[in-house]
Design a protein around this ligand. Structure first.
Ligand SMILES: *Cc1c(COP(=O)(O)O)cnc(C)c1O
Length: 447
């Protein structure tokens, strides 16, 4: 349940379990939830089997597709749809599980948790849907007032559960984020009010995401008689693709071939893979806003493996990065390129890719997925299947998609039902004192 480790670093499992080929092949017929149990139980030794199975089943019961993460085959490209959860983005896969896991652990220790976070859209709604209605949890999510999309705002503010507090703060996302950071840095306030985060550095989130890489390998290998599979991953904070990296380490040699890291024009990570240059630029606003980041919060986890599992080297590198805003890792370039390939995709390419897949296949990509699909086209290998992770439902980013395909989208029920639903939201100044006072008077108190 801890986000950061005590020394400010990120947590990793002591060892990554290896799956032998016979075990891997025996998983072929398993449903998504059964496979999730097999994968997660290799990392979790403190939750009894029946409890863990129940937590997993409960988490994926909320998905609208029977297969949880279905594949769509477009000629020889495979789209892995990760957006059939309650908020129509892939973050539901981890956050539905995290909400249930936290509730379970809190009940065991008779504890309580007040989650505080800032969102520019997707994470906040997935976190709210992960914990709404949970007894020992309250959630306070800040969003920049009138600066997120109407769909995103409605998704969050229409949740009626009493443990959900939407705070629309006057200012930008960065202002909201800075306020949250300031509140967390008040250690006394944080511990007095049992404040916690649900951000992308939580290890359990990564773990839940490892599952669909393995599920996809089993499914696509069976579909094509291919044994090797590559993945193209629309990337922002490096959480999703890092889960792929863990999956690659777990599975027998050669199961996962390439991990294609796809960025929009915020290209720090593709520069890192192609040139060893991890240096901060300005954040640019794109049509794939959930990937508009510069410093990737999970990046240091990969550095640990890159730097021969030497925590001191990672600490030194991250310190240097926090001072200089850049790291040059050319010495590691050969190693990096064995693990990843990368492309940065322009706004024009995103729009053209959405239009082209609509024309050729009548398949509608959301802008994030389109970034990954375009990158996948640039990194195909003979005899290796390519899976593109579809991270959001196109209707969540309707304006961009409608512009590209020249027609209106049909809304999925979970979005059309939002129309006319009552909403609840507290509009306030982005003042740390006011926010702290609000949390003080609404937070759960307990052990
Ligand atoms: C969060 C998000 C991403 C980026 O995932 P990371 O784990 O941050 O790399 C991509 N697409 C969508 C739709 C997202 O919400």
């Amino acid at each position: 349940m801890t986000g950061l480790a005590e020394d400010g670093g990120l947590l990793l499992p002591r060892a990554i379990p290896r799956i032998d080929r016979a075990t891997f092949e025996s998983w072929q017929p398993l449903s998504y939830s059964k496979l999730a149990y097999e994968v997660m139980s290799r990392f979790i030794d403190d939750i009894p089997t029946t409890d863990l199975k129940a937590l997993i089943n409960k988490s994926y019961d909320t998905f609208t597709d029977e297969q949880i993460v279905p594949h769509v085959h477009l000629d020889d490209l495979h789209i892995l749809e990760l957006f059939h959860g309650p908020t129509l983005a892939f973050k539901d896969i981890a956050l539905q599980f995290l909400g249930n896991l936290f509730e379970y652990l809190l009940a065991k220790d008779d504890g309580c948790l007040n989650i505080l976070g800032a969102t520019s859209g997707d994470t906040g709604s997935a976190a709210i849907y992960g914990v709404k209605g949970k007894e020992r949890i309250r959630i306070f999510i800040l969003h920049p007032h009138q600066r997120i999309s109407e769909v995103q705002e409605k998704q969050m503010t229409s949740v009626a559960d009493a443990n959900v507090y939407n705070l629309a703060v006057k200012g930008t996302f960065d202002d909201a984020q800075a306020a949250v950071k300031a509140i967390f840095s008040d250690i006394e306030f944080k511990s007095k009010h049992h404040l916690g985060a649900i951000n992308s550095i939580n290890w359990a989130r990564i773990l839940a995401q490892v599952v669909y890489y393995i599920y996809s390998c089993l499914h696509v290998a069976g579909h094509e008689k291919n044994s090797a599979v590559s993945f193209s991953v629309p990337t922002g904070n490096f959480g999703d693709i890092f889960a792929g990296y863990i999956a690659k380490k777990m599975l027998p040699e050669g199961c996962i071939s390439k991990l294609v890291l796809a960025t929009n024009s915020n290209d720090i990570l593709s520069r890192f893979v192609n040139e060893g240059d991890y240096s901060l630029g300005e954040v640019a606003a794109t049509s794939s806003p959930s990937m508009d980041i510069q410093a990737a919060s999970n990046f240091e986890r990969y550095l640990y493996y890159l730097m021969d599992r030497e925590p001191d080297l990672v600490r030194e590198a991250m310190l240097k990065f926090s001072v200089d805003g850049k790291l040059y890792l050319q010495n590691y370039l050969a190693h990096i390129k064995r693990d990843f390939a990368a492309s940065s995709i322009s706004e024009d390419e995103v729009e053209q890719t959405i239009a082209r897949y609509y024309q050729d296949y009548h398949y509608i990509l959301d802008p994030h997925t389109a970034v990954g699909v375009r990158a996948a086209e640039q990194h195909r290998d003979q005899g290796v299947a390519m899976v593109c992770l579809a991270t959001a439902h196109p209707a969540k980013f309707g304006a961009t998609v409608e512009q590209a395909i020249g027609r209106q989208l049909d809304l999925p029920p979970s979005l059309s039902e939002l129309d006319g639903k009552p909403t609840r939201c507290e509009v306030m100044d982005c003042s740390i004192e006011e926010l702290m006072a609000y949390i003080e008077s609404h937070a759960l108190n307990g052990s």
